[in-house]
Ligand binder design. Structure first.
Ligand SMILES: CC(C)(COP(=O)(O)OP(=O)(O)OC[C@H]1O[C@@H](n2cnc3c(N)ncnc32)[C@H](O)[C@@H]1OP(=O)(O)O)[C@@H](O)C(=O)NCCC(=O)NCCS
Length: 195
């Protein structure tokens, strides 16, 4: 359950904006704030996934999301069909976006991905002004508690090889297990983290 003093919908918009600010090179930001806000709403509302946020003086300074992998997140977005169509509408006119969406679905059922635990850290972001203060460590611990509550002993993190976040994961004990290509010609590291 999220912070009650801030409007729920505002939280999803804040999370979407921080995601876009933090991960400029990713594909998801190209789908726009509405799509991301709906994605994070679905992550928060589903019992197989979690969205953990950290506010300071009504400003979102960080968030982490994760899933136990027992169900498909994109399918749960369809529980809000009207919002889903509205959110996706601008994106479907781009061939590149459609290609990227198919690549994500292909990856989720890919042979390599299926060799590893289903549980996954989806995204972690900390506002630029609050980095290197241990905010991500705090969020990570809370995500670990979510996994523990579901008796999960190991989870996966998939992150672009060029991102500095790789250093964060290794600092927390995550082990590099594989290299994947979620999108053509872009390598991502797959880490496993024992709990
Ligand atoms: C990765 C990220 C979440 C780390 O957040 P943070 O709050 O600054 O991290 P912490 O302060 O908790 O760092 C803990 C440790 O991780 C390592 N670390 C974190 N950021 C690092 C960086 N940029 N370079 C090298 N090591 C880093 C360090 O060992 C650090 O400990 P130290 O500060 O005592 O040296 C943040 O840089 C971020 O939001 N990046 C952009 C989003 C992103 O790429 N997310 C990952 C994709 S899902």
């Amino acid at each position: 359950m999220l912070n009650k003093t801030i409007d729920q919908n505002q939280i999803y918009i804040d999370v979407a904006k921080l995601h876009i600010d933090c991960i400029k090179t990713g594909f998801l930001p190209s789908l726009g704030i509405k799509f991301l806000a709906l994605l994070y709403r679905s992550i928060d509302e589903s019992n197989f996934s979690t969205l953990i946020v950290k506010y300071k003086d009504y400003q979102l300074i960080g968030f982490v999301s994760g899933t136990d992998g027992t169900s498909n997140l994109y399918k749960t977005m369809l529980y809000h069909p009207f919002n889903f169509i509205l959110a996706l509408f601008p994106a479907i006119f781009s061939f590149k976006n459609i290609k990227n969406i198919f690549e994500i679905f292909k990856h989720m059922s890919g042979i390599k991905r299926n060799n590893y635990p289903k549980a996954e850290l989806l995204t972690i972001c900390v506002h630029q002004d609050y980095r290197r203060e241990g905010v991500a460590i705090d969020l990570y611990k809370k995500l670990l508690n979510f996994f523990k509550s579901k008796s999960i002993t190991e989870f996966v993190i998939i992150v672009g090889q060029t991102l500095k976040a790789n250093s964060f994961y290794t600092s927390q004990g995550a082990k590099l297990a594989d290299v994947l290509q979620v999108h053509t010609n872009i390598n991502s590291n797959l880490y496993t983290q024992k709990i």
